[in-house]
Write a protein that binds this ligand. Structure first.
Ligand code: NDP
Length: 292
């Protein structure tokens, strides 16, 4: 079967990588971007630059959006000519946003007579076009299945269900972990620097610390799902003493303490709530409720 023609709207680093991957796999690709010059290299490679966003929507049933967020989609598509061109389209929105914004966006798209499938891309532009990469998708199953092969020109697909918010939820779960983990790394680099060590000097130690994490996740996932916060392998009181040492090491070194202070505050709250003899996994019970 010949590869399906696709429209891609939004040519940031992500959109451009997507167009390249689609062209490489033989798809006809119609593109549009607010700043037209972003299409230059892509047109040389065979993409067709639509004269307007309306023309881009009219060109193909499958329309991929790669915009900053859902507000950008509304700004772009709410004006009448664009909104009118949406009917009958399958809009695959690969812009990231909250689950709530994603659901509201899907409802708006369906009021225009189109269907929206939400996607959450978990790799940087360099990961696009690689089958080992994976993206979350959710929304109406039938149009997703119909276009799955084309979407797999971008990355592998992990379909989460009909609720469009689910792909955004999985994306945000990952991003919450990513930003916090990376911030922990920048904190480590700052502490190293205050002690005359470079990022490269601590790289092997930083890597082995991160590499140990999957083992902790697997061990605690089962216990947490079973409601088991037993203090048989670690105790929150021990963890609290340890995070206080981290905090003091940071302040002695004269580096910023916002992050370690926030961590220490959570451990103290856990102890104050009576979890001192439980595992530090008991902190998840605090985190399940809004901040006091
Ligand atoms: P950028 O923010 O760099 O690109 C966004 C695109 O949206 C640009 O083409 C921009 O147009 C367009 N845009 C923004 N606002 C409007 C508007 N009001 N009207 C019309 N067009 C608008 O994002 P990326 O390409 O880096 O990423 C796209 C999406 O993918 C984002 O949601 C991002 O969170 C997600 N993502 C990105 C990753 C990455 O590593 N880059 C990784 C995983 C997900 P213009 O060129 O005219 O400014």
């Amino acid at each position: 079967t010949t590869p399906q023609p696709v429209t891609v709207v939004g040519l940031g680093p992500m959109g451009r990588a997507m167009v390249t991957a689609l062209l490489d796999r033989g798809h006809e690709v119609t593109v549009w971007n607010r700043t037209a010059s972003r299409a230059d290299g892509l047109v040389e490679r065979g993409a067709v630059l639509a004269k307007s966003v309306v023309d881009a929507l009219a060109a193909n049933e499958l329309v991929i959006l790669s915009l900053t967020d859902y507000a950008a989609m509304r700004q772009l598509l709410e004006p009448a000519p664009a909104a009118g061109a949406l009917a009958g389209r399958v809009v695959v929105n690969l812009s990231s946003d909250t689950p709530e914004e994603t659901r509201a966006g899907a409802e708006w798209i369906s009021r225009q007579g189109a269907v929206m499938i939400a996607g959450g891309v978990t790799v940087p532009p360099s990961g696009i076009g690689r089958p080992e990469s994976s993206s979350f998708y959710s929304g109406p199953r039938e149009p997703f299945e119909r276009h799955r092969a084309t979407l797999e020109s971008l990355t592998g697909t992990d379909y989460r269900g009909e609720d469009p918010g689910l792909a955004a939820l999985m994306y945000q779960i990952g991003m919450g972990m990513f930003w916090t983990s990376m911030l922990s790394y920048w904190q480590a680099v700052a502490l190293a620097d205050a002690n005359g060590l470079s990022a490269k000097d601590i790289l092997p130690h930083a890597e082995s610390t991160m590499n140990a994490m999957p083992g902790f996740l697997r061990f605690y996932a089962e216990r947490v799902d079973a409601g088991d916060h037993g203090g048989d392998v670690d105790r929150l009181a021990m963890g609290e003493a340890s995070v206080e040492h981290v905090l003091h090491t940071m302040s002695d070194a004269g580096v910023d303490t916002a992050l370690p202070a926030a961590v220490a505050a959570l451990f103290r709250r856990g102890t104050a709530a009576g979890h001192g003899a439980d595992s530090f996994s008991s902190l998840v019970e605090l985190l399940k409720k809004p901040s006091p």
